[in-house]
Design a protein around this ligand. Structure first.
Ligand code: NA7
Length: 540
């Protein structure tokens, strides 16, 4: 047998997406630590490596969907459209990796298979599927919030003769031109796939379980003046992002829905509809759409009226029109509802007419219809937030696995630390902020970097968050979530999309500004909610 290579380091970063890349830069280039990153993918980029499906686009506006830690990097980024497509984001992240000389410190096609903390040595041992084992003092996980794919199980799926794909593991070079395409799912991903595939496919069938509210994205080229102003207003823009709630680069409304006249209300919705953006529609128009059922219904009614104007066939219109709360992650599109006016697009409501089974030729629905397909696309989402954490055997100091620790649902302090797993820091772990992600990722990476610097400079070898603190933070997240309407809608935000997954709160919905103030308090006060090794091992 080949002897296993064991590498000793200061830190291992797992994941080379938005979070892992910046973390590696921070640890190596700013803190001077010996660190590597590993990723199971064949390239860097995380989400943007895997999600190469047609139409993949970030629906956060480009001027805030990037790093802000280096002003020069920002000035050099050439994005000149309101939103950025997948290929450009991937190329940006590759550029960042090269710019900060990180590539030789990233080991690709290397998955973490297990990780174990040894209390006596104060070291993490990280096993991989490439025969290499790392031993390090710090373990930073950027495993991806939306990364572990959720593939539905239908009888006969293995007999399908066409190509079966999940959007989150899109095969390089799959061309859908002239094919009969089926799409299961119509969340953010399905919405994009359907809209961009319909014009090239011979036929597209959308298998829809729950209709969704979607508003136009309003994607367009930025004017030279806008492009210029994003660069000139770098400081002000990012200060605004960090002191906002959803970190999307706009001021969230402070105006209650019913404080204005019905005419004014209609005008405000209409302006937002014309400007575009899912988060803008939900949070920039009024301040109570996500909290007050009556306000929510007003906004929902407006969107329903638009669907009624757009969709021509009455039955298709009925199936596309949501009747429940407008309280999932807000969607936006580039002509989603219009797509269903096309003669080569059909819609199957799988709640009324469920998928019975899959054959070699395609999908058979309960009414006996065979929907013949060349390609079946599952835009069925992810085992979000903790999915990638519980798949791997991560063992903390009491020998407990993270999966066991989270048996009643994932918990953490700040979305970054969890009791019993010393010196392990998660980027976008459970109960972190629900925002446009790059600003939250930067916030967390900077805090983790500062914390690692603090521990490295101190006499203690490791720190571990207090159990009570973790419980309190989890309760705080739950309390805040229940002040909103979001928990009432079944979605991945609460783990409701994966069969058998426990429904729990998985985000801090208090906003980025508040979140940052909690973080600052923790580090400025020398980590009152963490135990040192000495505290933790002292007899009770
Ligand atoms: P989502 O938002 O979880 O959407 C998944 C979609 O797939 C949704 O329409 C589901 O219907 C549908 N789905 C899932 N399982 C099934 C089965 N078994 N049968 C039929 N339909 C099913 O995932 P996305 O990838 O679109 O987006 C996730 C996030 O990634 C997104 O919010 C962005 O932040 C990026 P349902 O609505 O549950 O009835």
């Amino acid at each position: 047998a080949v002897p296993e290579a064991i590498l000793e380091l200061d830190a291992v970063v797992v994941g080379a997406g938005f979070g892992g890349i910046y973390m590696l830069h921070k640890l190596r280039n700013e803190l001077g630590l010996d660190a590597v990153a590993i990723d199971r993918a064949g390239g860097v980029g995380g989400t943007w490596y895997w999600n190469k499906y047609p139409g993949a686009l970030s629906d956060s506006e480009s001027f805030v969907y990037q790093y802000s830690f280096d002003r020069d990097l920002y000035q050099d980024t050439p994005w000149d459209t309101k939103y950025v497509p997948q290929a450009q984001i991937l190329s940006y992240l590759n550029g960042v990796v090269d710019r900060y000389s990180l590539r030789q410190h990233i080991q690709l096609e290397t998955g973490m298979t297990e990780a174990e903390f040894d209390e006596t040595t104060g070291m993490w041992t990280v096993g991989t599927d490439r025969g290499i084992t790392f031993r390090s003092r710090f373990l930073v996980t950027g495993l991806g919030l939306l990364s572990a794919t959720n593939l539905p199980k239908f009888a006969g799926m293995e007999t399908f003769r066409g190509q079966l794909v999940h959007t989150g593991a899109w095969p390089e070079g799959l061309d859908l031109t002239g094919l009969r395409v089926g799409v299961i799912g119509n969340g953010s991903t399905g919405n994009q796939v359907i809209t961009s595939t319909a014009p090239i496919a011979a036929h597209l069938t959308s298998f829809q379980r729950t209709p969704q509210y979607s508003v136009p994205a309003g994607n367009r080229k930025l004017t030279p003046a806008e492009f210029q102003s994003h660069r000139e207003n770098f400081d002000a823009n990012w200060a605004q992002v960090r002191s906002s709630s959803v970190a999307m680069g706009f001021e969230e409304s402070t105006v209650p829905t019913f404080s204005v006249s019905p005419e004014e209300r209609e005008e405000i919705y209409q302006r937002a509809w014309e400007e575009g953006g899912g988060f803008r529609f939900m949070f920039e128009t009024f301040n109570d759409i996500a909290t007050d059922p009556a306000a929510n219904e007003e906004a929902a009614k407006f969107i329903r009226s638009k669907i009624a104007e757009i969709v021509k066939d009455p039955e298709t219109r009925r199936l596309l029109t949501p009747t429940d709360l407008y309280a999932r992650r807000p969607l936006c599109d580039s002509g989603f509802y219009e797509t269903f006016n096309r003669p080569n697009v059909s819609l199957v409501n799988v709640k009324e007419n469920p998928i019975s089974h899959v054959t070699a030729e395609g999908i058979v629905t309960a009414d006996g219809t065979l929907h013949e397909l060349d390609v079946l696309i599952c835009a069925t989402g992810f085992d979000a937030v903790d999915g990638n954490y519980v798949k791997v055997d991560i063992r903390g100091r009491r020998g407990e696995t993270l999966k066991e620790h989270w048996a009643d649902g994932p918990t953490s302090y700040l979305g970054m630390a969890t009791n019993g797993f010393p010196n392990m820091f998660m980027i976008l772990g459970p109960n972190g902020p629900f925002t446009n992600l790059p600003p939250s990722i930067e916030t967390q990476v900077e805090w983790i970097g500062e914390t690692i610097r603090h521990v490295s400079a101190s006499d203690t070898r490791w720190i571990d968050v207090n159990r009570e603190t973790e419980i309190t933070w989890t309760e705080t997240c739950s309390d805040i979530a229940h002040q909103t309407l979001f928990p009432q809608a079944a979605s991945w935000i609460f783990g409701a999309n994966v069969p058998g997954k426990k429904r729990t709160v998985m985000f801090y919905l208090g906003g980025l500004k508040e979140y940052r103030s909690v973080l600052a308090e923790e580090s400025l006060n020398d980590y009152p909610n963490f135990m040192t090794e000495e505290d933790a091992l002292a007899p009770a």
